[in-house]
Structures are given as C-alpha cells and as structure tokens.
Design a protein around this ligand. Structure first.
Ligand SMILES: [Zn+2]
Length: 51
C-alpha cells in the first residue's frame, strides 16, 4: 500500500486498457472505449520510476 489509502482504493477500482490505455472500471470484460479485452488492473506501478 502506498502513502495514500484513498488513492489506492481508487486505483484498485480502475483497469487500464492495454490497447488504448484508457481507464475502465474494474471487472469489465471489455474496454468501453475500444472494445478490447486486453485489460489489466492498475496497480501500484507509479513507485520509483523516475530516480
Ligand atoms: Zn481500450
């Protein structure tokens, strides 16, 4: 968990489309924007990316 529990909670509700990189609600089967099924949950990815 990160510093911001609320933000973590929000992020955990979001899935990112691998094709168009847009946000979808977690649990959707297809991207609502492009219809792609390639979705992934958004995780704590933004950690120490920029040194
Ligand atoms: Zn998409």
């Amino acid at each position: 968990m990160g510093k911001f529990p609320i933000a973590d909670a929000e992020i955990s509700k979001i899935w990112i489309c691998k094709r168009c990189k847009r946000r979808n609600r977690a649990g959707v089967e297809k991207c609502r924007w492009c219809g792609s099924k390639y979705l992934r949950p958004k995780k704590k990815a933004l950690k120490a990316k920029k040194a």
